[in-house]
Write a protein that binds this ligand. Structure first.
Ligand code: PEP
Ligand code: MG
Length: 902
């Protein structure tokens, strides 16, 4: 049998199921699932994502069988609905909608009311007894279809302001003006009938083609337009940001129409089974009486709260569905419970009530921000819906960033001037300069400015500007408007439906709260309570310890993970912060940062400039007390947890970048001639310093540096041990490429340890190990591990040396490489598994072949990247080490790695 392209649903059964998202798209798969559950969905069928790929591979043509499959499916829908597509007496109308594997809110096209024409309209009027409704449906079809199918999908690119939809909107405005009315709903049946004639003439005039009267032509036009919209600008931009592959394709769902705009017993709405901004277990949503779904999501009318609990000060005067239609609300609330019990996850649903009958149009996993993801996951475990492992996997590690996110400084917020209030669509605080277009947001952000994007309506076309903005503010729209969904998905501070804004995009200003705010003026938002403030307000981090669900989730994560989590810290206060976040040790202390203080740089320079060992040793010893104090602080902060201290690494030239005046001053202080000093500094200059005299090469050339550092570490350890404070230093040699290099340094370090212990009369444990950050070290790891007691992969340098890309100069060509798909992503952010990953795996294996208990970790930037952490888990490392603020992310990512690789 040839491949099947069409899957039906409706009438209490379906061909597909929720597990078939790859083939049917999220919408198609879930409609099938709901039909199977006996939940009322309007019947229909889904054309698969494979057809989307076929369409693009075959010059936008379909296989011959598709038409037969569609006709058969349509006949089945007709049988369930007791109406016929294109029948002048009893017409069936259809919606044609997109649906990718993962939701892309508002990024693709939809056509509604397909099947209306000059003869079926009569049938619709007779059937509903509502001429106004029928003509309104027809005019909506013409507007949508001419825009989506005849213009966009046909590749017509109208001049600014000349698009067909806009021209039709003008025609409608003109009629409203002539009739002296304001609301669309005040147009009568006769008005709308006349408007249809005007619309058709306008379509012909603008696009040079008749509006199609044949229902099948409309249907196939709609199907093609959805496939076309997969490669539309908005969809492509969204895929790039979200990392969705082009090959996934979209499915097309064709479904019988149900109408929320047939009068006061009809309605439409969108809801979440829990609050998507906080995670609270409260049925949460919005609805509009006598409206179509697009009216809610497009943000044209600010919708009513779904139930009494959802009411806020701003919406308390609006009637909830719970109050207006209690029976139907209860039915909907029952479906909410069923869906949560069935899917065991928070759902985002769309519904329509047609003349007192409830229909479900969609269910999908609800997008939620970080705080809501944590709360919902922990609550659901407590409610017995999911187990601990599932709860841990429900929160993406990067989402934790939002719990660490900035909030407005509460004291400053109290005294700030409130300009307006809106709906709290995305929590957190944001402060920035106002811009009124996505383009401006993009431009200003690229120039390093913090911006707040202010728009009248939330539109999916703004995604690129929204992405770079600190926060988003809109005048219209509800909590479930497209842009609010998108912003929340990214965990961005966002306020919508702020009706007090009077925006003039052309003039780049807005009037609000008795003030005129121009482009570039500062405002601040509190997205958790929906307040807009005048001016700049400092932002501050939230209190994680008070978040019970977070603490619980992290406890579970710690139970599942196999990797240890350490931090990269050079100062006691950073080490303490990291410990508070759950770090179990320090994976990297970069000692070079300790030489830049005003009283330290001088002896450092003296040491560098010294021309013989005696002078050098004298200068080095001046540094000893400083270093000892630094190491004491860090070792003490970590209370016996392992602390990896790396010996001096950077090229010495970095410490003597001096201008003329400073050179003279230094010469004077050192008591040498300026020319001699200059000559010495010049001699340190290297063409490729990152591949030059740095790392262990320094300690080999100047053993006194290694001696001093090792002595400082061990004296600090000895002093603390004497005081009864536990310590566990691990001395790390950088940039080793051979066992001989390591052995040379190891001998010095061990000698110093013995001397210090002897002199101070105490004993403590310590290790001596090395960084693996040169390919040759990975290749000869078995040899190096004979003496090295631990390895720490320095993947910053290892990436640099494996690719041969200078880590300091990669910015010049990396964006081009990514754009041209030569590299999938920045290898300095996410570890290159195919290349560098092989060296990491090989280094670990070879090292453990000679020393089975070799401790292995990572301390490059990749140690805080969830994808790289998965690789670290798979190669069997003991720990990852990352910056303090990434510690929670690393803990969760390590748990994910353990659970996903079981
Ligand atoms: C590394 O190279 O990965 C590393 C941690 O060292 P640095 O970044 O200091 O060179
Ligand atoms: Mg390095």
């Amino acid at each position: 049998m040839s491949r099947r392209y069409v899957y039906e649903f409706g009438g209490g059964k379906a061909d597909g199921s929720a597990g078939m998202k790859e083939l049917l798209g999220g919408k198609g798969a879930n409609l099938a699932e709901m039909a199977n559950l006996g939940i009322p969905v309007p019947p229909g069928f889904t054309i698969t994502t494979e057809m989307c790929n076929y369409y693009y591979q075959h010059n936008k043509l379909y296989p011959p069988d598709l038409e037969t499959e569609v006709r058969q499916a349509l006949a089945d829908v007709e049988a369930i609905m007791g109406a016929k597509f294109g029948d002048p007496e009893n017409p069936l109308l259809l919606s044609v909608r997109s649906g990718a594997r993962s939701s892309m809110p508002g990024m693709m096209e939809t056509v509604l009311n397909v099947g209306l024409n000059e003869s079926t309209i009569k049938g619709l009027i007779a059937k509903t007894g509502n001429a106004r409704f029928a003509y309104d449906a027809y005019r909506r079809l013409i507007m949508m279809y001419s825009d989506v199918v005849m213009e966009k999908a046909a590749g017509v690119e109208p001049k600014e302001g000349k698009g067909v939809r806009l021209q039709l909107e003008h025609a409608m405005e003109k009629m409203k003006k002539a009739r002296k009315i304001v609301q669309d709903t005040d147009l009568t049946a006769a008005d709308l009938k006349e408007l249809i004639g005007i619309f058709k003439a306008k379509v012909k005039q603008v696009l040079g083609k008749e509006f199609p009267d044949d229902p099948y032509e409309q249907l196939w036009g709609g199907i093609g337009a959805v496939f076309q919209s997969w490669n539309g600008k908005r969809a492509v931009a969204y895929r790039r940001i979200e990392g969705i592959p082009d090959e996934w394709g979209t499915a097309v769902t064709v479904q019988s129409m149900v109408f929320g705009n047939m009068g006061d017993r009809s309605a439409t709405g969108v809801a979440f089974t829990r609050n998507p901004a906080t995670g609270e277990d409260v049925f949460y949503g919005e609805w509009l009486v006598n409206a179509q779904g697009e009216d809610v999501v497009a943000g044209i009318r600010t919708p009513n709260p779904l139930n009494v609990l959802n009411k806020t000060d701003d919406t308390k005067h609006l009637k909830s569905l719970e109050e207006a239609m209690p029976g139907l609300y209860n039915q909907l609330a029952g479906i909410r419970n069923r869906l949560e019990q069935h899917y065991r996850d928070m759902q985002d649903i769309e519904f329509t009530i047609q003349e007192g009958r409830l229909w479900m149009l969609q269910t999908r996993v609800g997008k939620r921000n970080g705080p809501a993801a944590v709360k919902a996951a922990v609550d659901m475990q407590k409610q017995g819906l999911i187990d601990e492992a599932t709860a841990v996997l429900r929160v993406r590690p990067a989402q934790l960033d939002e719990l660490l996110h900035d909030m407005l400084d509460p004291a400053a917020e109290k005294t700030a001037r409130v300009l307006a209030k809106g709906l709290p669509a995305g929590p957190g605080g944001g402060s920035g300069q106002v811009v009124f277009t996505a383009e401006a947001a993009d431009k200003w952000a690229k120039a390093g400015k913090k911006v707040i994007l202010v728009r009248s309506e939330t539109s999916p076309e703004d995604v690129h500007g929204m992405h770079v903005a600190e926060a988003i503010l809109t005048a219209k729209g509800g909590m479930t408007s497209h842009a609010a969904l998108v912003a929340r998905g990214w965990g961005k501070c966002c306020i919508v439906g702020c009706s007090a804004l009077d925006i003039d995009t052309g003039k780049k200003l807005m009037k609000v709260g008795g003030k005129t705010i121009k482009e570039g003026d500062w405002i601040s938002l509190n997205g958790s309570i929906g307040r807009v403030y005048d001016g700049k307000i400092p932002t501050a981090k939230p209190d994680l310890e008070a978040n019970k669900e977070y603490t619980q989730l992290m406890q579970w994560a710690d139970k599942f993970r196999k990797l240890g989590i350490r931090t990269n810290a050079d100062r006691p206060q950073d080490a303490a912060q990291a410990r508070a976040f759950g770090a179990e040790g320090i994976g990297l202390t970069r000692t070079e940062h300790m030489f830049f203080g005003p009283e330290r740089i001088m002896p450092m320079r003296e040491m560098i400039i010294a021309e013989n060992e005696k002078d050098r040793r004298k200068a080095v010893m001046k540094l000893l007390p400083f270093q000892r104090k630094d190491f004491k602080g860090i070792l003490e902060a970590m209370q016996g947890l392992p602390v990896t201290i790396r010996l001096l690494d950077p090229p010495l030239h970095e410490f003597v970048t001096l201008d003329e005046k400073q050179t003279k001053q230094l010469a004077k202080q050192l008591g040498i001639k300026v020319e001699n000093l200059k000559a010495r500094i010049d001699s340190l200059h290297e063409l490729n310093p990152m591949l030059g005299h740095r790392g262990c090469r320094l300690g080999i050339a100047y053993p006194e540096i290694t001696e001093m550092q090792a002595r400082a570490i061990f004296e600090a350890a000895a002093d603390l041990t004497k005081k009864g404070i536990k310590v566990f230093p691990e001395v790390m040699v950088p940039l080793v490429g051979s066992a001989a290099e390591f052995n040379n340094q190891e001998a010095i370090i061990r000698r110093m340890a013995a001397e210090v212990m002897e002199k101070k009369g105490v004993k403590f444990d310590y290790l001596v190990g090395t960084m693996i950050e040169i390919p040759r070290a990975a290749l000869t790891a078995d040899d190096i591990a004979k003496t090295a007691e631990f390895f720490s992969f320095g993947t910053n340098d290892l990436t640099q040396t494996t690719f041969g890309f200078s880590r300091d100069d990669v910015g010049g060509f990396l964006p081009i490489y990514i754009e041209k798909k030569i590299l999938p992503e920045d290898p300095f952010q996410s570890l290159d598994e195919t290349g560098v990953g092989q060296l990491v795996e090989m280094g670990t294996k070879k090292g453990r072949s000679t020393r089975p208990d070799l401790k292995v970790g990572i301390c490059g930037e990749h140690g805080g990247d969830p994808k790289s952490i998965d690789l670290c888990h798979r190669v069997g490392m003991n720990y990852v080490s990352c910056s303090p603020y990434r510690v929670p992310i690393a803990r969760l990512a390590a748990a994910h790695a353990a659970l996903n690789n079981k």
